[in-house]
Ligand binder design. Structure first.
Ligand SMILES: *Cc1c(COP(=O)(O)O)cnc(C)c1O
Length: 370
């Protein structure tokens, strides 16, 4: 072991590294494809329709001003989000992706001797952030691939500081409904912060979408995380936001970097927010393509978990092996063994052409085509 490892904090050297999807160009080169366009990148839950066209215009408009620091207070973006959600801008904090906000919650609320409660099949970043701050993780088993809120409630201890609820959840695509949330909120003790990570919520039709912002308006210990990476198609820019009572936002402001959201991201996010049409088209694509994919999986005799987001789990046998075979056939998907789901893969919904190509590849991979 070199000197650096000895010098590092224990929590850091012990930390596993999050496994992101490989850049598509690298995969294409490694596999001998001519061009990245021959591959379907269905591994990172990105928007198949690309960014909102209004966001692209806004970014073009910003380019010549990039020698300036951004607005460190993100005034216009906060005002825009506030109008959009009908909450006061003092209840909003934009971040460098909602992942940064998860880390800021760790800075603010977690340390040794404290812990988080999460579902065992929920987003891995919660676990990594808890470990980074030396906090313990209680991972509660899911029921039917869904957060089991009564069980999570029972798992809360005196040292619990944050309960993370990813809704809809990545990687299972399942959602807890309003009744389950209300029952949980009625009994949750007030020494914990409840974080609803709603990275995919804009993709859920209005009539099925649970409302948790009203808990923020009531001043409960609730933090809602949203992102521009999924429905708005701006993952490359890194912008998300937290909605929470002003006292909590104020604390998070203490631990963030002064210019945590770049200028181009602020402008693009603001423009995307008003592009309802792009979000609607994204939802329509998902409805049509889930119908297509469910039908194909049924035909192939593959079990799957119906999804509320823009990706889904399909049971393929040995997930890692099938993922490797699919990659060689040109479809990049995600293994989910790290979530305790070794017999599934997670596939992001692409365009219809991409999904057809994926289904063809899958058919060859699961029918013994090694
Ligand atoms: C994609 C995703 C995020 C968003 O991350 P960003 O940092 O905003 O890109 C947050 N939570 C979950 C559960 C996700 O799947």
């Amino acid at each position: 072991m070199g000197r650096f490892s000895v010098l590092a904090r224990d929590a850091v050297s012990a930390l596993p590294v999050y496994e992101p999807g490989s850049p598509i160009e690298d995969v294409a080169r490694d596999l001998g494809f001519q061009d990245a366009s021959e591959l379907d990148k269905l591994a990172s839950n990105e928007n198949a329709l690309g960014p909102s066209p209004r966001a692209i215009d806004a970014m073009r408009g910003q380019a010549a001003g990039m020698h300036r620091y951004p607005d460190g207070g993100a005034f216009y973006l906060k005002a825009g989000i506030g109008r959009h959600l009908d909450v006061h801008p003092d209840h909003i904090l934009p971040g460098n992706g909602s992942n940064e906000l998860i880390e800021l919650l760790g800075h603010t609320f977690l340390g040794p001797g404290q812990g988080i409660v999460m579902a065992d099949g929920a987003f891995l970043v919660y676990k990594l952030v808890a470990a980074l701050f030396g906090a313990s993780v209680t991972a509660v088993p899911m029921t039917d691939y869904t957060h089991d809120l009564p069980r999570m409630l029972a798992a809360i201890g005196r040292d619990t500081r944050i309960v993370f609820i990813s809704n809809p959840n990545n990687p299972t695509g399942t959602m807890v409904d309003q009744a389950a949330i209300d029952a949980f909120m009625a009994d949750v003790p007030d020494h914990v912060v409840v974080c609803f990570d709603e990275a995919y919520i804009e993709l859920v039709p209005d009539e099925r979408r649970p409302d948790v912002l009203s808990y923020v308006r009531e001043g409960r210990n609730v933090v809602v995380l949203r992102t521009f990476s999924k429905a708005y198609g701006l993952a490359g820019l890194r912008v998300g936001y937290a909605v929470a009572p002003a006292e909590c936002i104020d604390l998070l402001n203490h631990v963030r970097q002064p210019f945590n959201v770049n200028a181009m991201a602020q402008a693009a996010a603001l423009a995307a927010l008003d592009d309802e049409e792009h979000v609607c088209r994204t939802r329509e694509l998902l409805a049509a393509e889930f119908a297509y994919l469910y039908g194909e999986f049924d035909r192939l005799g593959l079990a799957y978990v119906p999804s509320e987001a823009n990706f889904m789990l399909v049971r393929v046998g040995e997930g890692r092996a099938v993922q490797e075979r699919l990659k060689r056939a040109g479809a990049i998907v995600r293994p989910v063994d790290a979530y305790g789901l070794p017999d599934f893969i997670r596939v992001t919904v692409g365009t219809h052409a991409e999904n057809e190509r994926f289904v063809r590849a899958l058919r060859s991979c699961v029918n013994g085509g090694a």
